[in-house]
Write a protein that binds this ligand. Sequence first.
Ligand code: 3PG
Length: 411
Amino acid sequence: MFRLTDFTYDGKTVFLRADLNSPVENGRITSDARFRAVLPTIQHLLDDGAKLVIATHQSRPYKGDYITTEEHAQILSKLLGQEVEYVEDIFGKYARERISSLKPGEAIILENLRFSAEEVFYKPIEECERTFFVRKLAPLIDYVVNDAFAAAHRSQPSLVGFARLKPMIMGKLMEAEVDALSKAYESDERPRVYVLGGAKVDDSLRVAENVLRKRKADLILTGGLVGQIFTLAKGFDLGDANIEFLHRKGLLGLVDWAEKILDEFYPYVRTPVDFAIDYKGERLEVDLLSEDKRLFDQHPILDIGSRTVEKYREILMDAKIIVANGPMGVFEIEEFAVGTVGVFRAIGESPAFSVVGGGHSIASIYRYNITGISHISTGGGAMLSFFAGEELPVLKALKISYEKFKDRVKE
Ligand code: 3PG
């Protein structure tokens, strides 16, 4: 795959596909983690004299965090110390004129790409190539730089559509992500411990199945809703309130699949021994084997308990490789961040080579000043797809582009 230093960009128009999709509360962006992660690529391109067209998606239609990229432009401008102009258009006349009039060292950001219907579907490269988005913008662009690792599991026009038309190059973030994740996945150093939490249960089950079957993992620690599904699969009761919740989320059907994984790999999948519930507005820890577990009938589980954190911590301190994705509980509420922060902190303190991701949940790492993690991935679903052993469409497109344009390096 092409690396950023394979080309020079002076006076060239570069389309930079970033993933600045960020958590939003009351219409405002609450974390600049993904902005900071892409800054080295932007800085490199601007220093080299590129005419820079930045693009990102932000959520998807009808969701609460589906907003314009106006605030994205403001955050980027502030972090860069240079104006990144918000262009309220994607591939219409106004956007094309603005791109054509860019001067070397100038940057703009296009409107939220998913305001265009074409960007909401998943299609193969050939079809993405035929979209109006690609056909209208390709003639104006010299190079495409793809730094959107967090969206690498999506096959959408801005992510893969230019690959056979223009040299598509990995940005610095993409390169760092691919290097770190590959190192963790390919390592033979043991023990290799995977921590699977959060709400993306089916993706996590795919990861568990893949890394256990291919002997890439020695132990899996579970938390969040993933931990609850495995706990049910082990035959424990989590009470009416929690089962009803998992049912509403459409997750109960996954218990059978978790059971199948346990049939094959039971000793290698650990589940929480205690959980924290919301008891009349307060955190209350309940042991899975105690009489108090009847409280699960009425009170929602919002975190793993401290005994589980301690057990997981011991295992993590002895690990050589750690891969963790997703939070252990509802970390947005301080009392229920205990599990997530405890586990992430243990990962940071462990001497292991560690990769932690989980999309928006990595915000908790910054909020609680957790240090010592070898690589903090910007990817949530993309990271899970990678460890599930699936081919990521963006990585495939980068390879196709390299094969097509490799003669043009430093032309
Ligand atoms: C993410 O946050 O996982 C990426 O930005 C991808 O977003 P999507 O799931 O809406 O495609």
